[in-house]
Design a protein. Structure first.
Length: 326
């Protein structure tokens, strides 16, 4: 798959669309021919530990954020930040994500009122960020870490790097701590855990797959490198594992796995130019995949599935996935 599309999803596998997607999870790569699916394991606990307000946290990645007071103005350079703020009942001061326009977030009308940071996901403009006089700027560590020196002294920069839903919950709790929105944080975590536990309890025996891309050169989202895909082994049969940055699966291999339900994330580079599923339909092997033959190919919102990675986005992924897997 072209490196541009791959880099985009590694943001989608981590991040933002439109020139986008950069580094995803930090899972191991595999060059073997057959993926070994991990056991579903015990059902996720719905217990939520109390969150206490504080002006200093150290996240699960060892990053310490220390503020003089709860942040009032937060600029989001990664959709996970927008996701968390909406869960906490807050709105970013500025953003470069389109996820806010989703009806389960702010909706188009309210989202349009949030200033957009120019420069896109990969190169947000420092001057534009600082023009909002933010108390806190949240970005993706492997993409926006380079901005840290330019922001130092003017604001606090928090580099995040989610690799799993547990990381996402941790970041939710951390930001709830810093903003003092403790009850909202506990409620959001509880809601997500309950959704996940319910989906695990009704685990489907169908084989599912998430693919992403902008053209016939597509990629497979794997639990090691994609937060949303990390949910799937516990809610369905998901026999896909990472093959590293330069490896993916062919349509021949996908056909051999008898995929029952296929989720498709179309990534756009500039103006949209059609659905990935329509482009793949030109390959004669496509029509032989069980999911295609049975009308179980589902084009999903990449802003939510690929980029959101917070509890609200992942909750929507669970709702859509479990409905399709019944």
């Amino acid at each position: 798959m072209p490196r541009t599309a791959l880099r985009v999803r590694r943001w989608a596998a981590i991040a933002v669309l439109g020139g986008l997607l950069a580094g995803c999870g930090t899972g191991s790569s595999d060059t073997g021919s057959e993926a070994v699916e991990p056991a579903a394991g015990p059902r996720t606990s719905t217990e939520v530990r109390p969150i206490e307000a504080a002006t200093r946290i150290t996240d699960a990645k060892g990053v310490t954020v220390s503020l003089k007071k709860p942040p009032q103005k937060i600029v989001c350079l990664v959709a996970l930040c927008d996701d968390i703020l909406v869960e906490l009942g807050l709105t970013p001061t500025a953003t470069n994500s389109a996820v806010l326009a989703h009806p389960e977030f702010l909706g188009k009308e309210k989202a349009a009122k949030v200033p957009v940071v120019p420069g896109g996901f990969l190169s947000p403009e420092v001057e534009a960020i600082l023009s909002h006089r933010p108390d806190l700027v949240i970005g993706l560590a492997d993409t926006h870490g380079k901005l840290a020196p330019a922001l130092k002294g003017a604001t606090t920069f928090w580099p995040v790097q989610p690799g799993s839903w547990q990381d996402s919950v941790g970041y939710l709790r951390d930001l709830a701590t810093l903003t003092g929105r403790t009850e909202e944080g506990e409620k959001a975590e509880k809601t997500f855990r309950a959704r996940l536990a319910e989906a695990e309890g009704a685990r489907s025996d169908k084989t599912s797959l998430i693919i992403f891309g902008s053209d016939e050169n597509f990629g497979v989202a794997t639990p090691e490198t994609d937060v949303a895909a990390g949910l799937f082994p516990k809610i369905s049969h998901y026999p896909w594992k990472s093959r590293g940055i330069d490896g993916s699966y062919s349509l021949e291999e996908i056909l051999a796995r008898d995929v029952d339900v296929l989720f498709v994330e179309t990534l756009s580079f500039g103006a949209p130019d059609g659905k990935l599923s329509d482009k793949l339909a030109k390959n004669p092997l496509w029509s032989r995949i069980p999911a295609v033959k049975n009308g179980k190919v589902i084009e999903v919102d990449s802003e939510v599935w690929a980029k959101g990675r917070g509890t609200r986005s992942l909750g929507l992924v669970l709702d859509e996935a479990t409905a399709a897997l019944r």
